[in-house]
Design a protein around this ligand. Sequence first.
Ligand code: PEP
Length: 251
Amino acid sequence: MRKPIIAGNWKLNNTSKEAIELVTLLKRNLSDVSKVDIVVCPVFTVLMDVNDVLANTNIGLGAQNLYWEDNGAFTGEISAPMIKDTGAQYVIIGHSERRQFFGETNETVNKKIKAALKHGLIPIVCVGEVLAERESGKTFDVIKEQCQGCFQGFSEEEMKGMVVAYEPVWAIGTGKTATPQQAQEVHKFIRDLLAKMYTREIADVIRIQYGGSVKADNIKDLMSQADIDGALVGGASLKSDSFVKIVKFYE
Ligand code: PEP
């Protein structure tokens, strides 16, 4: 049985004060949850403050990006050892906004996953097609290319710790969600592909989250699908009430 994992991607939001207020509420309202792994991913500048609030709780902490070198002349970047130093355990890699606005490619995603694993961070690796690709019937080709590019060259143990997020780009921040059936179809495709690239045993333990306008009123149907193991939540993770309802989808 794969334990569900629900992560909040706060994107470019929340000052230190706002972040502390939000996680203080989450900590209070989610303390009884043991069936779901919970993660919040704030901006770099508040990671340490949020980590202080989350110490000894059931809520994990993640960054939203990293650079693959540990240190050096790379102005403006943040490395895996630095993220680790904040207390974070996770890092989102290859989010579609990074692919779209910051030139992230499958190759850079692959390097970033390697850097994260080298320093003991759990990568949450995003893949997903844009609307034109879905409408022209290219979804599976795009997902295959992304997975083959991102997930090559890892050991079996490394693969087992990976979290994959399937995020159809047309559903991110648009209010349009993939139907549970549409999402399940791609999740199964990803799992079968990982089984071909590695082994069935590995593919069966990798958790695949769905992301794209997940809300309290659609999470249950999404989670009822066999290959959907959690969610990466953007907008609805910025308010305690909605994120708490999403995490407690099983109630
Ligand atoms: C995301 O940021 O990964 C995301 C899925 O955003 P939203 O839930 O707002 O669509």
